[in-house]
Design a protein around this ligand. Sequence first.
Ligand code: RET
Length: 290
Amino acid sequence: MVSMPGNLATGLSSIENYVALTAGQYSMGALILMVSYGAQVAFALFFLASATQLPPRYRIVPVLSAVVMVSSSISLYREASLWQETFTFIDGLYVPLTEGTTFSNVYRYGNWLITVPILLTQLAIAFGLERSQLHKRAMRMIIAAELMILTGLYGQFGEPGDWVRLNVWGVISTVFFIWLIVEVRGVVRLGTASSPAPVAAWPDRIFYYFLATWGLYPIAYALPQLGTSGDLVVWRQFVFSVADLSTKMLYGIILSRYLLRRSALEGYLPAAEALDTRPQASAAASANKD
Ligand code: RET
């Protein structure tokens, strides 16, 4: 194992640069990054197609999911290529190069600055907020989220051993996260009020899903404190990827399904047809006639 320096003089920002990986660990890390990248590229197509089933006022929601997919997959592709460039096979192990190139998770954080505001705005649009509420609430969620990410971005440079930096900024970032949760809760409440009765339980469920999946990021942030081992490096990438796929891709699918149902209930015919409720309805109507 490459030893961990006691200070940050080397300027290497991630624990990945201090750990030699077995061939299995190296491949697993490469696989995790590449699968997440591939899934996101492919799902951009799904989201663009699902927009066609929704009325104009909701169409932007899956389109924004597609935007998130493309943006996030570019940053994951960067992480995947860095992974490949950084580790060199020497004497049976994948050893991180510390000259010429270094691994860094910083592209993830940078990308969140773009994708997180989009994810939050999607929520406010999907929950049918009135225009004045929409702007006000989206803006408050975005400010809380950007402060959360910027402080976390600054703090994560402490992960190769500067626990004070990691934890102090981690706590500051968590304060903004709590503010964000309060703001999201408010939007969810308005969403419950505006939802047609058969889908009125969805906003609450989406809120708990939000808590469980967004909560994975601070875990990935704190993990390096458990030590510097190849397994931990790979597990951390795994936690990041599960979080990425659930907060962006699955979240997008859930919002699209909610909107399809909501649109059908609000009388939008193509949505009702996509859900196949019309043939059943007319079958029931003709059965009643007989
Ligand atoms: C940080 C720093 C440590 C404390 C907290 C954090 C929260 C991060 C979150 C990120 C969400 C990212 C998403 C990205 C999608 O593209 C910054 C790790 C609370 C919640 C949803």
